[in-house]
Design a protein. Sequence first.
Length: 119
Amino acid sequence: QVQLVESGGGTVQAGGSLRLSCAASGAFRSINTMGWHRQAPGKQRDLVATVTSGGSTNYADSVKGRFSISRDNAKNTVYLQMNSLKSEDTAVYYCAANIRQLFRASDYWGQGTQVTVSS
């Protein structure tokens, strides 16, 4: 069974930094795109950033220049370095990955980790 486990959330003051990690475990052949999404109270879940298996990245306009996504393929882990945090970054952050098992690839989600930015 494939699992994504996030860590690194917490509370930080505006202007501060946090680093999120998400590790994939279980039986699978490979991991394609990995990414982070976030959902603030009363709002829809939005894409934050993605990184392909080859290292190409994509960011939401709201986080460009402040957040950086990276991955360690040997550890099946994706990271999100968040700098210059703002109160509007407060949300539950979810890791997602497209993972290939024996015959097909499927999308998997982590359980979410809370990030709270206090002003």
